[in-house]
Design a protein around this ligand. Sequence first.
Ligand code: TXA
Ligand code: MG
Length: 351
Amino acid sequence: IWIVDKNVENLKSCTQIVDAARLLHDGETVAFPTETVYGLGANALSDEAVGKIFMAKGRPSDNPLIVHIGDKEQLREVAAALPEKGAALVEAFWPGPLTLILPKTDRVASLVTAGLDTVGVRMPDHPIALELIRQAGVPVAAPSANRSGRPSPTTADHVLADLTGRIAGVIDGGATGVGVESTVLDVTVDPPLICRPGGITREQLEEVIGEVRLDPAFLQESVEAPRSPGMKYTHYAPEGEMWLVQGEESKAREQMRVMLAEAKRHGRKTGVMATEESLSYWQQQKEADVVLSLGSSRELGEVAQQLYGALRQFDDEQVQFIVSPAFPRTGIGMAVMNRLEKAAGGRILFV
Ligand code: TXA
Ligand code: MG
């Protein structure tokens, strides 16, 4: 583990980054901070190096990785073309939490793209990540640096909890800023399609390129009945059984209180996702054993930042039953709700 202050004047000569970059260059895996979550990097041009990522994470090999570049010029190495709308988005949002799906070049290791003829690329907005990639001298494939199925890591401690002994090293650059992963946008189709909501909002994208489409699965206001759990939603699931409760605030709160009481009666350890506004309410109630605040419900950016850490903490405290309120699906709220729905395995109650 190398500890680096991202605000240090001269990152270029920082020996920790020099060492980490050499390991990357030599085909090893290194975890590093980005503005979204920690990534687990390897040389994107080498199948042997990228294979180590899948090994360390226990990741199914049919799930493609994102390639990270250190400057916009490097895009040519990995992408065979950049459509006009893609170019406009690069101008507007790179470096930043936007991954573009583009036609790939032959240089990209086939393991990175899981055999697809497209590749996901982004330029992260983090000084340590950029310096590391530039010094490694190769594009860096990096999924989130968690064991497959665990919440993405927003601190180096999260990385160590999941991957100690399985990777060559981790650069500790402090907590990440955005807290949820990048937006994945397919610009090989028109209008472009959001494959995963994330740090750049739909509203931001549409301001630059007009209409973008959205997988209907991300918009669930219209669903009346509780959704049944599906395999594809178990992605970020905490160990405990989690429920999302959506509805008018006081009604939702009462519903959550009843559910927690019921779980407690069955002898389960209970937890609630609180907000700054609801924190004192839950602390006065006796139904929840563990109360974690995600920050102000009016600041969805804060909620995004705190979300994965909170999910991990419920696991650390072996909470068996968790309830969370739903948040507005606007702005970064779309990404927050997407991750919460996955964490809840599709268990949403509308009140
Ligand atoms: O913020 C982030 O994007 C973080 C940091 C480390 O950059 N990375 C990240 O990577 O979240 P990962 O591997 O956990 O998620 C990659 C997502 C997956 O949903 C994958 O299916 C999608 O991007 N993806 C990658 N390549 C793709 C492609 N060619 N076509 C469609 N989806 C792709
Ligand atoms: Mg991931």
